[in-house]
Design a protein around this ligand. Structure first.
Ligand code: GDP
Ligand code: IMO
Ligand code: MG
Length: 427
């Protein structure tokens, strides 16, 4: 099993950090391949809780080399403060590798993210305000700054000036903001360069050589399938490809090397930011899911929108990612409901629709068609095997598996490492 991908099957926050950490002990490399510090991945080790934004969750496994791939966008100040925060807690971060081709989130990208959101008003995306979209826009527009540019002052200056020429026009004339001085940006970025230098590497070469030596490489997705710029609920998405194909382009590894794609799937659904969400709840059930599930954003502290499980999007995630198996998380949160609704299809303009509609307007009109599954009241947080679960919890898992189109190989019954039921040799 040389290369495997682990990614979010819904709208993010499915529990990817915990799942990555669980696998971290048995893999050699953990690679972030897209996104940036818009992510918030929680790992709980004993009584210690870690919130990782930019660094791969494998950084907490001593035998594992963490890698930030070329497809990631890197905010150098966030990187350095995340590293020093971990060092202060005794975590060794010296093995980290960062692609020289990864793009840099500059202070002006963060400014543009915030002002465009403000300008959109009611139509805003609800971004994390971390400069993610504008940095990827610069990359595609070929005016981006890459990590390697930090080591050539003259090139860095030229590129920052080129990027700011147009941006300052927009900032001053359209958004009524002050122009940003190129010299100041260059000075700030150069200030980070030497601290980052020890980590910069040709990560594409390193990873491919590792795979040739039969080392195990785990690609850790940020965000989730429905937030994918191509396959998600556009325009209410992030600006990268969290889906499985993104691991290939975002790390420079061919698809033939990947033998397993694990979808992390929450036993209900959450979403942060704006955009359609057919099973969203606005009643006390939604409040209860938020309260019991602790559904508050790790990055922005925003309350997450909560709703019942949606099998239509789970099936879609299986399809667009070629999922081999699922890790079903947070089953414990559903304890206590007499009946649990599960969305099995949508009703769109009076018609039953089984698969995710490709048209945005149809998806906005989609109403969930629910099937009621019997709930359970027993505490399941100590369950160690599938047979320890109450019969109705077992039936809930089996029903979700059937509807979602891929086997469930592990179940989360709590945030801790050991609060996991392994079914089909997940590890
Ligand atoms: P990520 O972005 O996909 O890594 O997920 P987040 O860390 O943003 O959100 C998942 C939250 O659920 C975190 O607080 C985790 O500690 C927690 N968590 C993960 N798995 C489980 C589980 O099986 N049960 C419970 N109760 N909490 C879990
Ligand atoms: P993890 O990795 C949930 C959402 C934002 C917003 C949209 C675009 O923890 O699952 P962006 O700042 O990326 O341009 O915002 O994407 N979003 C996430 N939602 N979990 C995340 O990451 C997210 N990263 C971005 O809320 O709706
Ligand atoms: Mg998260």
């Amino acid at each position: 099993m040389p290369a495997l991908v682990l990614l979010g099957a819904q709208w993010g926050d499915e529990g990817k950090g915990k799942a990555t950490d669980l696998l971290g002990g048995s893999v050699d490399y953990v690679v972030r391949y897209q996104g940036g510090n818009n992510a918030g991945h929680t790992v709980v080790v004993g009584d210690q809780k870690y919130a990782l934004h930019l660094l791969p969750s494998g950084i907490l496994s001593p035998g594992c080399t963490p890698v930030i791939g070329n497809g990631v966008v890197v905010d150098p100040s966030v990187l350095l403060s995340e590293l020093s925060g971990l060092n202060e807690r005794g975590v060794d971060t010296s093995k980290l590798l960062i692609s020289g081709n990864a793009h840099v989130i500059t202070p002006y990208n963060v400014t543009v993210d915030k002002v465009t959101e403000r300008f959109l008003g009611k139509r805003k995306i609800g971004t994390t305000g971390r400069g993610i979209g504008p940095t990827y826009a610069d990359k595609i527009n070929r005016v981006g700054i890459r990590v390697q540019d930090l080591y050539d002052e003259s090139i860095l200056t030229q590129k920052v000036e080129a990027a700011l020429d147009a941006k300052n026009q927009i900032l001053t004339k359209l958004y009524n903001r002050r122009a940003i001085a190129a010299g100041q940006v260059v000075e700030e970025l150069l200030g980070y360069a030497e601290q980052i230098r020890p980590y910069v590497a040709d990560t594409v070469l390193v990873l491919n050589q590792a795979l040739e030596e039969n080392k195990v490489v785990l690609f850790e997705g940020g965000q989730g399938t429905l937030l994918d710029i191509d396959h998600g609920t556009y325009p209410f998405v992030t600006s990268s490809n969290p889906t499985a194909g993104g691991a290939c382009t975002g790390a420079g590894v061919g698809p033939t090397k990947i033998s397993r794609v694990i979808g992390i799937l929450k036993a209900y659904t959450t979403r942060v930011g704006a955009g359609p969400f057919p099973t969203e709840l606005f009643d006390e059930d939604g409040d209860a899911l938020r309260r019991i599930g602790g559904e508050r954003g790790v990055t922005t502290g925003r309350d997450r929108r909560c709703g019942w499980f949606d099998a239509v999007i789970a099936r879609y995630a299986t399809r667009v990612n070629g999922l081999t198996d699922f890790f079903l998380t947070k089953l414990d949160v559903l304890t206590g409901w007499e009946q649990i609704p599960v969305c099995v299809a949508y009703e769109i303009d009076g018609e039953r629709v089984e698969e995710l509609p490709y048209s945005q307007s149809d998806f906005h009109h989609a109403k969930p068609v629910y099937e009621m599954l019997p709930g359970w009241s027993e505490d399941i947080s100590k369950a160690k095997s599938f047979s320890d679960l109450p019969k109705n919890a077992q039936a809930y898992v089996k029903a979700l598996e059937e509807m979602s189109g891929a086997p469930i190989s592990a179940i989360g019954v709590g945030p801790g490492r050991d609060e996991t039921i392994e079914i089909n040799s997940f590890l």
